[in-house]
Design a protein around this ligand. Structure first.
Ligand SMILES: *Cc1c(COP(=O)(O)O)cnc(C)c1O
Length: 221
């Protein structure tokens, strides 16, 4: 077992705890999603051997190659999809992931509804918000978020467990985290997936219930 990965995970968990306490929050209210995209099974096993069970991947095909065997070996796993999902991969994604954080458009919502009506179990769903309005990035635009979340609740009857955002790389993340929280509060949504290796303590201070951390644990990709 690699001590480095175990030590890095420990350090990240301590920083999450410190940031939570400093913000007057319960450290147990913040979940760490260890982002294992691009990393091979041997490396992921080091993280699993620490007892951690919550992981994130950004591609359905890559996750499908890596995780079914690991799931059999390590009970209690919670796997999150954190990358864009094509509608034609929705069925596979629903079978593989416990949480899909990237619901970002009506077509995908309607695909989930159709599959649910066929009897496929729905994973927990997060709606991705493109807080920086970046054209190359997925996510519902902030100006369209209220309407989209309204349709999720009333038209599609899709339970939304949380919101997710990825702030622009070249900007201060705090306003993006604050905006995500404000949108969630308007809809009574409690889950906030925000914060990555460079900014997760800030995200915790601003109310993140879930941080997604990759390179601070596994090193640069
Ligand atoms: C890769 C990725 C992360 C993790 O990024 P790091 O900077 O390596 O911590 C978090 N969220 C999403 C959506 C990602 O694609």
């Amino acid at each position: 077992m690699s001590m480095t990965i175990a030590e890095n995970m420990n350090a990240v968990k301590l920083r999450i705890g410190d940031a939570a306490v400093e913000a007057g929050r319960d450290p147990a209210s913040v979940r760490l999603v260890v982002v294992s995209k691009t990393h091979p099974v041997e490396v992921i096993v080091d993280a699993l051997e620490t007892g951690h069970r919550c992981f994130g991947e950004n591609r359905v095909q890559e996750a499908e190659a890596k995780w079914p065997d690991l799931r059999a070996r390590y009970p209690g796993l919670e796997l999150h999809l954190i990358g864009p999902l094509q509608s034609n991969k929705a069925r596979e994604a629903m079978a593989l992931f416990d949480v899909i954080q990237t619901l970002d458009r009506p077509k995908l919502a309607e695909t989930f509804v159709r599959l649910r009506d066929e009897g496929v179990a729905l994973p927990r769903l997060f709606v991705q918000i493109n807080t920086g309005c970046e054209p190359q990035k997925a996510g519902v635009l902030p100006t369209e978020a209220d309407a989209f979340l309204g349709r999720c609740a009333e038209e599609w009857r899709l339970p939304i467990a949380g919101l997710m955002c990825i702030p622009p790389v070249d900007q201060e993340p705090s306003p993006h985290f604050a905006l995500l929280r404000k949108i969630a509060e308007r809809h009574g949504i409690t889950g906030l997936s925000m914060g990555m290796s460079d900014d997760y303590p800030v995200a915790v201070a601003l109310g993140a219930t879930m941080v997604r951390v990759g390179s601070a644990i596994f090193g640069a990709r």
